[in-house]
Write a new protein. Structure first.
Length: 71
């Protein structure tokens, strides 16, 4: 399974609730989570066919900042 990691400004449970609908609408995402304890507020997304563009578009549409992290 492909795993992508992003820095975000999703920093609380209310923010996670706000972005949930947008990420759940992306059919290629099988699993995602935000580590709000991490200073970079890391969003980890998993899926066989998921692309950077899909995730960035969904998070930006929800009103949050996002930047891919090279791994």
């Amino acid at each position: 399974m492909r795993s992508l990691v992003f820095k975000t400004n999703i920093n609380c449970n209310n923010c996670i609730r706000s972005v949930t609908g947008f990420l759940n609408e992306v059919g290629s995402i099988e699993k995602w989570e935000v580590d709000i304890e991490n200073p970079d507020k890391l969003l980890t997304v998993q899926g066989e066919q998921v692309t950077l563009e899909e995730v960035v578009n969904a998070v930006e549409e929800a009103g949050f900042d996002i930047e891919a992290v090279e791994r």
